[in-house]
Write a protein that binds this ligand. Structure first.
Ligand SMILES: *Cc1c(COP(=O)(O)O)cnc(C)c1O
Length: 353
């Protein structure tokens, strides 16, 4: 089996080793120390201000998206949501379910997000701009500089779901004055699925979350922040994935994050160059290093997906809904080497000839 998916992805030997061990009891000083290390490492890797708050939730990335939408905003706010695919649509559904007024910028595939599209909404007062910086369902990577400029000019808080971009693309909370970042375990971190992390600027936490009535106990950010002060969580967390995370963050700090980013970028560039030889197109909108979307004008996406999976145990990422016949996504996250892409290209040639 070889995973060119976006999550879960091919895990590193260290992570697999940790995943096979007996779990420790967690209400201990030793475990608290691990949680506090994680908090510091996350803040450092995201270039978050040192007084930022970081929490670990037990639940996949959508749990953290829901916690942020539900805890930080209410019926007195209005959100502007970039909806360029499945994950943008998830923010929209969360706003609907939690009765938070919103407007959405719908980007039909393969349209690119531009400043003109944002400017349409400039005269209305919004509390926050919510964006999946890499819309994983299409592979479009939005321009953080443009979004940050727009949000701050119009006095909006900036909430970024960086779940599939963090550790694949450069990310800097201070530089772009990002109020809140959401990530999860099974994408570029290459860990087991099941935990998600939220990093918040202190003033965003204080003004939007800290003193509000708790609406949802299990995902309450406030409860998590209060417990995190002593390196703990309000409930039993996914102890094993937290240990995987601790090890992985240490590894990335040791290797230097620039090297992690460069390695992912190298895989993406290598693959994109090879794809030019095939009768497949890559959409022209800006891309993250996390994945390469492949556009099949002859509706062969499903056929190719099943051929690779059933013949060779090679998993690329299929799309759902209206894009299911025309788009496949090839991931560059996790423990993959350049040679793995040689093999993939060979098999793609085979099925397309
Ligand atoms: C994977 C992902 C999520 C989270 O999805 P889960 O299935 O809850 O892990 C959210 N946003 C983006 C952009 C993602 O890529």
């Amino acid at each position: 089996m070889k995973l060119f998916t976006v999550g879960p992805v091919e895990m590193y030997p260290n992570t697999l080793d940790i995943a096979g061990r007996q779990l420790p009891y967690f209400r201990t000083e030793e475990f608290s120390k691990i949680m506090l290390d994680i908090q510091n490492d996350l803040k450092a890797l995201m270039h978050a201000h040192s007084d930022s708050k970081a929490v670990v939730l037990t639940g996949s990335g959508s749990a953290a998206m829901e916690a942020v939408v539900c805890d930080a905003f209410d019926e007195h706010d209005c959100l502007l949501i970039v909806n360029g695919g499945t994950f943008g649509a998830r923010f929209v559904r969360l706003a609907q379910i939690h009765h938070i007024p919103y407007d959405e910028i719908i980007l039909p595939f393969p349209e690119e997000l531009t400043m003109q599209q944002l400017e349409v909404y400039k005269d209305k007062q919004y509390t926050a701009l919510l964006v999946n910086i890499h819309e994983t369902s299409t592979g479009q990577f939005y321009d953080i500089e443009m979004l940050s400029k727009y949000a701050h000019k119009h006095h909006m808080r900036l909430i970024i779901d960086a779940i599939s971009s963090f550790l694949a693309d450069p990310y800097d909370m201070e530089k772009y004055d990002i109020d809140c970042t959401i990530i999860s375990s099974q994408k570029a971190l290459a860990l087991s699925p099941g935990i998600s992390m939220i990093v918040m600027k202190e003033d965003f936490y204080k003004n939007y979350i800290e003193n509000k009535p708790i609406k949802n106990l299990y995902l309450s950010i406030q409860e998590h922040v209060e417990n995190m002060e002593r390196g703990q969580t309000p409930n039993t967390p996914a102890v094993g994935i937290i240990l995987e995370l601790h090890d992985r963050l240490r590894q990335i700090q040791n290797e230097k994050i620039m090297n992690t980013l460069t390695a992912t970028r190298e895989k993406a560039m290598y693959f994109r160059k090879l794809v030019q030889k095939l009768p497949i197109k890559i959409p022209t909108y800006p891309l993250s290093n996390a994945l390469t979307p492949l556009f099949f004008p002859n509706n062969e996406a499903q056929k190719v997906y099943h051929y690779l999976k059933d013949t060779y145990g090679i998993y690329v990422t299929p799309n759902g809904g209206t894009l299911s016949d025309i788009l496949l996504r090839v991931g560059h996250l996790g423990n993959l080497q350049l040679q793995d892409y040689d093999e993939l290209i060979l098999r793609l040639q085979e099925v397309l000839s």
